[in-house]
Design a protein around this ligand. Sequence first.
Ligand code: NAG
Ligand code: ZN
Ligand code: ZN
Length: 182
Amino acid sequence: FQMDELPSMEGAIAALSSMRIREEKEQRVFHYSVDPEEAARCQCKCCPPREKQEPADYCCASLFSLPLLKKGVLLRDGLLSKLEGINGHCCITKHPLITDYILTDAVALASAEVFAMVTGETITDENKSLRYGAYRLFIAKMMGTLGKGVRVRLPACFVDAVRQLWPSQTYTGFSCAEVVDA
Ligand SMILES: *[C@@H]1O[C@H](CO)[C@@H](O)[C@H](O)[C@H]1NC(C)=O
Ligand SMILES: [Zn+2]
Ligand SMILES: [Zn+2]
């Protein structure tokens, strides 16, 4: 061990990529046997084109047809119990609980303001706060709690609906509740 040894660029890149893999694993909803392309295949007609998605993005309909890990089961069972009559809608984002409650300015703003109060943060980017307000409320409503700092990847159609309502000029990173997306 040498004190003056600087981490190599390769080392830094490898560390970043292993962090990325760990995050990806932590957010995973589908069983390891599931091909990500199969999970991404849109059957709800509301997902953005595959080329605009991230590799691990998935369609809401896949939650009801493919084998899941624990977090996926929690999300699926939450959706089934909260979205009454979901079979009558092609996509979860068409259900009134989503369209008339979670995806409204007032409700997303309320969620954002409570979060800002609890964390002591000030809202600077309003659209971003509204997006995260909606993501957090979705998780609170459908899954109860995930625990502090715990993340889950949300369906591509829901994230897209949120981004269409409260757009940003740029998006980077993961489409999930706790990670910066703009
Ligand atoms: C915020 O969202 C509104 C639509 O809800 C949009 O008109 C506006 O351009 C967005 N602001 C930014 C900074 O992207
Ligand atoms: Zn879809
Ligand atoms: Zn959908």
